[in-house]
Ligand binder design. Sequence first.
Ligand code: ZN
Length: 371
Amino acid sequence: MKMSFKVGKIYGVPIRLHFTLVFIVAIIAWSVGSNVLLLAETLGIPAPDIEIGVQSYLLGLVVAIGLFVSVLIHELAHSIVSIKNGVNVNEISLWIFGGVSQMEEIPKDPNLEIKISAVGPLSSLGVALAAFIGGVLAVNDVLVFTLLYLSFINLFLAGFNLIPAFPMDGGRILRALLAKRYSYVKATSRAASIGKFFAVLFAIVGFFVNIFLILIAFFIYMAASQETQSAMVDYVLGNLSVRDVMSPDVETIEANKSVEEFLELVKTHRHTGFPVTRGNDVVGLISLKDAKEVPQSQIYTKDVGDVMKTDFITLDPGEDAATAWKKMLREGIGRFPVMENDRLIGIVTRSDIDRSFDIQKELKEYPLAES
Ligand code: ZN
């Protein structure tokens, strides 16, 4: 996730905090701090004997941090079960809407997906129970309130995540159950439709109750669409490698050529970017966007080597085409040079993949007939 910073590593998984977390922690601290008595009364738990002020806002801060620790435990549970079953987890991010575990690849085995998805809400239930017992046994009134309140929060976390709104945990469980009967793409698109239905429902309810729910609805909707798309790409491009989708005759430009010469090349070859070479080595990538940053007066004097991007990503010809597509989407990059034994053997652009996708889709007669 962009605009986030790493705070540590648990179980080998980097934990990142997104900058939006600062706002939500402050908002929760403030709203809990100014409504302690009302909250206690609403939830039927004993109110702590403190005045609204520094003390109550500090309590609010503790509760807000406790909430995100609860979210972290929930995500860690997902991650640990994933890792134990051979699914890599790239990172866990905490942000304004809770937590996200970024898995390398979502498991295609329905039983494994059920396991990984269910353990999150289950761990929240466990924390709720532990906090409840702690709250009942505690003697200090502030501690009693904090623990019982966190118990409610975890109960809510478990319940909310179990709503079958894909891509929330409940929706993933639903997808996995559907995948036992239908093809993976069909199961995903059905679960996503149900997820979108809930998203619309959340948005309507949010309009009357809480504007925050509208934002959550928006994210569920976006994520449901994205997951459907990625499941489809996996299915359609399934057995293709980068070698199958790349353009093998790749035009390159020498680093010592001028920006003007690059612009000529763009016009004659009708491609918007080229790998940059120095001798036999690929040293960068230049695109029209890079060239546009050069003032018109300097296009004859500036070299391609001065404006090219040097931190480019290359692909291996044996990599999955679907993985390349996801990389493209995640990194926001339009073209990848394909390298074999340090030699440039081709290039993969968004349109290369799109073309292969369309052809394969026709060949596989998507959408599938009911099985
Ligand atoms: Zn979860």
